[in-house]
Design a protein around this ligand. Structure first.
Ligand code: ATP
Ligand code: PAF
Ligand code: BAL
Length: 284
C-alpha cells in the first residue's frame, strides 16, 4: 500500500494508473477509521481496480475551533487497517499542502440551497468546506467512482448535486449506515462518549425508529411527533439539537406529493454531537 502525502507524488501515481487504464475509486475520510469506513472501502473495491482512501481533517469544514483541535488523529492505526484491507493508496496531505495560502483567500465551491439548510444552518460554513475539499480531491485523484456514507445524509445529497451541477464524470455510491449491535451509528465522534454516555447513546436510534414507525402507521402531525421525540431524548440524558422530518428527495418540508420521508436526528450527549437518519416510504 502506498502512503502519499504530497500533491506531485499523488499526481504521478494517478497518471500511471490512468495510462494503464485502471478504474479508480476514492473514499474520502477524516481518519480515525471504524467499520463504517471499512464498508465504504469494500464497496469501493467492488466498483474499481484500485482504491484510494484520503485521510484529511479538513479545517475548512469546522465551524468550531475546539472541534477541529480535538478531532481524533490516528494515522498510523488507520494505515494499518487499510493495509489489511488491501487498499492501494492512502493520501494523507498536511493542511499546508491543501491550503498553502491559508483559508482566507482559498477559492471555494458552494452548493446553493442545500448547503445552508438543516445541518448547514447549525454549522455555518460547514458544507462550503465539504464541497470545496471534495471537489479538490476529485480533481487530484480523478476517480471514476467515489463512496460516501448515508450516515451523513445531507452531505451525500450535497455531493450528488455538486457532481450533477459541475459535470463531474464520477459515479457516486451511497453506502447504508453501519451500526453497532445496539443500533448506534458508528462515528469517529462516538469516541468522545464516556462509558455511561455510551450506554445512553443507542437511545438516539431508538427514538428515531419509533418516529419512523409512527410515520409508517400514517401519523403526519410532524410538529407534535418531533416535540415528543425531543422530550424523550432529553429525558434519556441527551440535549436534543435539531430533529426534522423532511422529503427524502428534496430535503424540503413534507408535502402531499412526498413519496419518501427522511428523519434527521442531531443531539448532544456530553461533548459529542451525534447524528443519525432513516428513510421511510410514505406509499400507503
Ligand atoms: N457508520 C457509518 N456507516 C457508513 N458510512 C459512514 C459511517 N460513519 C461515517 N461514514 C462515512 O465515512 C465517510 C468519512 O466520514 P468521517 O471520516 O467524517 O467519519 P465519521 O465517523 O462520520 O466521523 P464524524 O462524523 O465523527 O466526523 C463519510 O462518507 C461518512 O458518511
Ligand atoms: C467527505 C469528507 C471526508 C470531506 O472532508 C468529510 O466531510 C467526511 O468525513 O464525511
Ligand atoms: N462526517 C461528517 C464530517 C464532519 O462532521 O465534519
Amino acid at each position: 500500500m502506498l502512503i502519499i502525502e504530497t500533491l506531485p507524488q499523488l499526481r504521478l501515481q494517478i497518471r500511471r494508473w490512468r495510462q494503464e487504464g485502471k478504474r479508480i475509486a476514492l473514499v474520502p475520510t477524516m481518519g480515525n477509521l471504524h467499520d463504517g469506513h471499512m464498508t465504504l472501502v469494500e464497496e469501493a473495491k467492488a466498483a474499481a481496480d484500485v482504491v484510494v482512501v484520503s485521510i484529511f481533517v479538513n479545517p475548512m469544514q469546522f465551524d468550531r475551533p475546539d472541534d477541529l483541535a480535538r478531532y481524533p488523529r490516528t494515522l498510523q492505526e488507520d494505515c494499518e487497517k487499510l493495509n489489511r484491507r488491501k487498499v492501494d493508496l492512502v493520501f494523507a496531505p498536511a493542511p499546508s499542502d491543501i491550503y498553502p495560502k491559508g483559508l482566507d483567500t482559498q477559492t471555494f465551491v458552494d452548493v446553493p440551497g442545500i448547503s445552508t439548510i438543516l445541518e448547514g444552518a447549525s454549522r455555518p460554513g460547514h458544507f462550503r468546506g465539504v464541497s470545496t475539499i471534495v471537489s479538490k480531491l476529485f480533481n487530484l485523484v480523478q476517480p471514476d467512482v467515489a463512496c460516501f456514507g448515508e450516515k451523513d445524509y445531507q452531505q451525500l445529497a450535497l455531493i450528488r448535486k455538486m457532481v450533477a451541477d459541475m459535470g463531474y464524470d464520477i459515479e457516486i455510491i451511497g453506502v447504508p449506515t453501519v451500526r453497532a449491535k445496539d443500533g448506534l451509528a458508528l462515528s469517529s465522534r462516538n469516541g468522545y462518549l464516556g462509558a455511561d454516555q455510551r450506554k445512553i447513546a443507542p437511545g438516539l436510534s431508538k427514538v428515531m425508529n419509533s418516529l419512523a414507525d409512527k410515520l409508517r402507521a400514517g401519523e403526519r402531525d410532524t410538529e407534535e411527533m418531533l416535540a415528543l421525540a425531543a422530550a424523550e431524548l432529553n429525558e434519556k440524558g441527551f440535549r436534543s439539537d435539531d430533529l426534522q422530518i423532511r422529503d427524502a428527495d428534496t430535503l424540503l418540508e413534507l408535502s402531499a406529493q412526498s413519496k419518501r420521508a427522511v428523519i434527521l436526528m442531531a443531539a448532544w450527549l456530553g461533548q459529542a454531537r451525534l447524528i443519525d437518519n432513516i428513510q421511510v416510504d410514505l406509499a400507503q
